[in-house]
Ligand binder design. Structure first.
Ligand SMILES: [Zn+2]
Ligand SMILES: [Zn+2]
Length: 325
């Protein structure tokens, strides 16, 4: 391997493969160690002690495009920027990006379970790889296998750090992520997430009656619903009301910090939230306003949150129907 030529092994990114996952496979196909590979190509550049999938510097992508003979637009689509203008306005580097799971990068390790995985997908892959949408907060299940994703090692509780150790084994305890226990996903959450992923990847439109919304407004609306379900002073009454009529699990998020952003909840907590959110979004806005009124989720509560991200399609029914009597 010389410093400028085409690399000897140049795998194509797999379907929906995440940038860091592809880069890891590329590095290990050409070198014994990921760090050696990166050091040879980009001496002095630190790629792994930050969220590489969010940052993915342009010069690194350009260099990779020329070293692999691939179009840079193909590589761009493996980074979280693929969802810009659709799921969120833009990837934020210094602060949290809406709907993206934070990794909590701290030196060489990670404190948060922002890198989710489906054990059945990893098991099926000839070469296990990580999907781009596993980094999104509303993705808590796998459409293909109907199971709930994992966000922490079932054996030691550490987040996944695939570029460390021998992936798909946990870098800390060696547990094989393909062996993670499978839990069947809630069917309403599965349907909703499947539709949301299609919108995120540009292969589908929001389900009716929200079909005509711009994707950004659609993702803002759903996130606002998830937020009042999970971390609002009236959340528990709302969860109990929804579950009484439509089933589901009303228990509170296990790390119940009152102001915890949706993105900071565990996968299991977000899954229960999405399941309840799906029941509220059905037949928008009538289920939503009826259930909110019954739960006492009046306007002052329902409108809590970042006002710049509350779309008109959410604010209008709240203004019209959720004024306290
Ligand atoms: Zn799967
Ligand atoms: Zn472990």
């Amino acid at each position: 391997m010389t410093a400028t030529s085409l690399l000897p092994w140049r795998p194509k990114p797999k379907t929906n493969e995440l940038f860091s996952s592809w880069l890891r496979r590329l590095a290990l196909g050409n070198s014994e160690k990921i760090q050696t590979f990166c050091h040879l190509l980009w001496p002095g550049r630190q790629l792994w002690n930050r969220d590489t999938d969010a940052i993915a510097p342009a010069e690194i992508l350009l260099s990779l495009a020329s070293r692999t003979g691939r179009n840079i637009s193909v590589l761009e689509k493996t980074t979280l920027r693929a969802f810009e203008g659709v799921v969120f306005e833009e990837v934020r580097v210094k602060v949290a990006t809406r709907s993206v799971l934070p990794l909590g990068v701290y030196h060489r390790t990670r404190r948060l379970g922002g890198q989710q995985w489906c054990p059945a997908c990893l098991e099926e892959d000839a070469q296990p790889y990580y999907r781009l949408d596993w980094r999104l907060a509303f993705s808590t299940s796998c459409s293909k296998h109907g199971v709930i994703l994992h966000d922490r090692c079932p054996s030691c509780g550490e987040p996944a750090v695939p570029h460390r150790g021998v992936d798909p084994q946990c870098h800390l305890c060696g547990f094989d992520r393909r062996m993670s226990p499978v839990a069947v996903a809630d069917s309403r959450a599965l349907q909703l997430e499947h539709a949301m992923r299609a919108v995120a990847y540009g292969t589908g439109t929001p389900p009716p009656p929200l079909r005509d919304l711009h994707p950004l407004a659609y993702f803002d609306l759903t996130r606002q619903v998830f937020s009042i379900v999970s971390s609002n002073p009236r959340s528990s009454r709302l969860r109990e009301t929804v579950c009484r009529y439509f089933g589901g699990d009303p228990s509170p998020p296990s790390r119940a910090i009152k102001s915890a952003a949706f993105e900071n909840l565990s996968t299991a907590d977000r899954h229960r939230t999405v399941a309840i959110g799906a029941r509220l979004l059905d037949g928008w806005p009538f289920n939503f306003v009826g259930l909110c009124a019954e739960a006492g989720m009046w306007k002052s509560w329902a409108m809590r949150g970042d006002q710049r991200h509350i779309p008109f399609a959410y604010a209008r029914p709240v203004e019209t129907f959720l004024q306290p009597r």
